[in-house]
Design a protein around this ligand. Structure first.
Ligand code: SF4
Ligand code: SF4
Length: 56
């Protein structure tokens, strides 16, 4: 299962550049992860200040 970003996302953008497969992009109200691209490395969760990404 891919990681998922919750509504807690404050759109700081920190996770986007940390993703090794560029699966993260800015959505309308939060950043979003492309489930087909995510390799579940957990890097996004490691840098997020509000722990918004979690393993789906
Ligand atoms: Fe990218 Fe890893 Fe986060 Fe998946 S878990 S979105 S591969 S940083
Ligand atoms: Fe949102 Fe966390 Fe990514 Fe920042 S690091 S854009 S708060 S998910």
């Amino acid at each position: 299962m891919a990681y998922v970003i919750s509504d807690d996302c404050i759109m700081c953008g920190a996770c986007e550049s940390e993703c090794p497969v560029s699966a993260i992009s800015a959505g309308d109200s939060k950043y979003v992860i492309d489930a087909d691209t995510c390799i579940e490395c957990g890097a996004c969760a490691g840098v997020c200040p509000v722990s918004a990404p979690s393993a789906g």
